[in-house]
Design a protein around this ligand. Structure first.
Ligand code: SF4
Length: 445
C-alpha cells in the first residue's frame, strides 16, 4: 500500500512539473515516505533524517510522508528543523496545494488533520513502476482498531472510492497494456461503494471481465467482512486469481479477543471451509503474530493446530512488538523476547513442513505463469502463478519470453517455497516465438 502511495505521489509531482532523479544528490526536493509497520520505525526515520542534515546546506528541501509522519507530527520539525513538510497519507490529495506553498517559501507545512475525511486520494497521474501489473487502491483507512495496530490512527477512517471511478482507472490501465490488476485496501473486502452500485465481489467480477485483463488480485482481506460471494466470484470468473490472503493472526479465540479482531477461531475456520469447498484450487495465505501479551503455551498450541488444519500455502509470521499509541502497549503479561523467538521458530518450522508436503499437489500440473524476471545464474525464467506462487522454469522448447508475458509451464518439481518447471509452447506463447524469428531475420539483414 505504501509503495503504491509512492507511485501516486510521484505521479502527482511529475504532473506538477517536477522531474524524478535517481540520486538524492541531484534532487532539489527529497520526499521520504515512511511506514510504521516494523519495530522501532520512528527511530529509523529520525536516523535517516539525521543523514539528510548534511544536505541542507545545499539548498535542498525535505518532506516526510506516511505513517511515521502522521504519528510523530510536528515533533519532526523539532527534531529535524530542516524538514519543511510533514504529511500523513490522508492528506495526499492536498499535495499540489502543499507543494505550491513549499515553492512559495513556507517553512512549516503540515498535512495532519485529514484523518476524518470522507475523501480518497484519486489521481490519474500514478507513476506505476511495473508496466504489466498495477495496483488500484479501492478503500483507504481502517475502522477496525485491532489492539496492536497503528493504521486506524495513522491512515484515518475507512472510506471507499465509487465503483465507477475504480472501473475508469482499471479501463485506463488496460488501455495502457496492463494485464494484471491488484485491488488494495487495509481491509479490501470491507469495501462499500458510496454510490451503492456494486458489492466488493461484483466489483472484482466487473474488473475481471474487462477485455484484456488476465489477472485480478486483492489484498488484504479481513475475516470479519469475508463473505461467501467472494469465493463464488472466483469460481465463476477465470481472471480472478485463485489466491486469498486472509490473515488470522492467532489460532486462539482468547488471543483474538484480546487483539480485538472481532472473530473467533471457529468463525475463521468456517470461512476456510467455504474456500476449500470452491471448485477451483484456491491457495490460502495468512499473517500471524506470536507472543501477543497474555498468549499462553496453550494459546500458541492452538495457532499450531490451526496451521495444521488449514494447511496454508504461505504464512507471514512476526513476533509481537508494541506500536506507539495502541492499546496493546499497556497490556499486562508481556512475553519475554526469547519465548517469542522460540514460538516463531516452531511456527515457521511447522509451516515449512506443511508447504513441503502441500506443494506436492502441483507436481505434473500445467500452470499459467506470468513472467517476472530472468535468473542468468540458473538459466531460469522466474514467474508467478495465479496462486501467487513463484515458479522457476526453463524454456528449452521456446524462445526466452518477455517480462509480462504468460506461458504454460509444466511443474516438474516442488520445493517448500517455490515450484520448478518447464515452459511448454502453447497458443499463448506462439505469437512471441514468431516475433523472435522475424527480429532475428531483421538483424541478419
Ligand atoms: S484491520 Fe488491519 S489495518 Fe485495521 S486495525 Fe486491524 S490490523 Fe490494523
Amino acid at each position: 500500500m505504501n509503495a503504491h502511495d509512492s507511485e501516486k505521489v510521484i505521479g502527482t509531482l511529475e504532473q506538477q512539473g517536477y522531474a524524478r532523479v535517481q540520486e538524492e544528490d541531484a534532487a532539489g526536493l527529497i520526499l521520504y515516505n515512511t511506514c510504521s509497520i516494523r519495530d522501532k520505525a520512528e527511530q529509523k526515520v529520525f536516523h535517516r533524517l539525521n543523514e539528510y542534515k548534511k544536505l541542507q546546506g545545499e539548498g535542498k528541501k525535505f518532506a516526510v510522508l506516511g505513517c511515521v509522519a502522521q504519528q510523530e507530527g510536528e515533533k519532526i520539525f523539532e527534531k529535524a528543523p530542516y524538514v519543511s513538510m510533514v504529511a500523513g497519507s490522508a492528506s495526499y490529495r492536498n499535495l499540489p496545494e502543499m507543494l505550491r506553498r513549499l515553492e512559495a517559501g513556507e517553512e512549516r507545512i503540515t498535512g495532519l488533520d485529514d484523518r476524518q475525511t470522507d475523501l480518497t486520494f484519486e489521481t490519474e497521474f500514478t507513476a506505476r513502476s511495473n508496466p504489466h501489473r498495477g495496483y488500484i487502491t479501492i478503500i483507504e483507512g481502517c475502522d477496525k482498531f485491532c489492539a496492536y495496530c497503528v493504521v486506524p490512527y495513522t491512515r484515518g477512517k475507512e472510506r471507499s472510492r465509487t465503483a465507477a471511478s475504480v472501473l475508469v482507472e482499471a479501463k485506463k490501465m488496460v488501455d495502457l497494456g496492463f494485464t494484471e490488476i491488484q485491488f488494495l485496501g487495509q481491509n479490501v473486502n470491507s469495501y462499500r461503494d458510496p454510490s451503492g452500485r456494486m458489492s466488493f465481489a461484483e466489483l472484482l467480477v466487473a474488473v475481471g471481465e474487462l477485455p484484456g485483463i488476465r489477472r485480478v488480485r486483492f489484498t488484504t482481506s479481513h475475516p470479519r467482512d469475508f463473505t461467501r460471494d467472494i469465493v463464488q466470484a472466483i469460481d465463476d470468473t477465470p481472471t480472478l486469481c485463485d489466491h486469498i490472503h486472509l490473515p488470522v493472526q492467532s489460532g486462539s479465540s482468547a488471543v483474538l479477543k484480546a487483539m480485538s479482531r472481532e472473530y473467533t477461531r471457529e468463525w475463521y475456520l468456517e470461512r476456510m471451509s467455504w474456500i476449500k469447498a470452491a471448485k477451483r484450487d484456491i491457495s490460502i495465505t495468512s499473517d500471524m503474530i506470536v507472543g501477543f501479551p497474555g498468549e499462553t503455551d496453550a494459546d500458541f498450541e492452538e495457532t499450531i493446530t490451526l496451521v495444521g488444519e488449514v494447511k496454508y500455502d504461505a504464512v507471514f509470521a512476526f513476533k509481537f512488538s508494541p506500536r506507539p499509541n495502541t492499546p496493546a502497549v499497556t497490556m499486562a503479561d508481556s512475553i519475554p523476547d526469547e519465548l517469542k523467538s522460540e514460538r516463531l521458530r516452531i511456527l515457521m518450522d511447522r509451516q515449512r513442513e506443511i508447504q513441503r508436503e502441500h506443494y506436492g499437489r502441483h507436481l505434473g500440473e500445467m500452470q499459467e505463469v506470468m513472467v517476472e524476471s530472468y535468473n542468468p545464474s540458473r538459466n531460469q525464467v522466474v514467474g508467478r502463478s495465479s496462486q501467487n506462487k513463484t515458479v522457476n522454469f526453463s524454456t528449452a522448447q521456446i524462445a526466452q519470453p518477455p517480462i509480462g508475458s504468460y506461458l504454460s509451464v509444466r511443474i516438474t518439481q516442488t520445493l517448500p517455497n517455490c515450484l520448478v518447471g518447464e515452459a511448454i509452447a502453447d497458443a499463448e506463447a506462439l505469437p512471441f516465438v514468431a516475433l523472435q524469428r522475424v527480429a532475428d531475420f531483421v538483424v541478419l539483414n
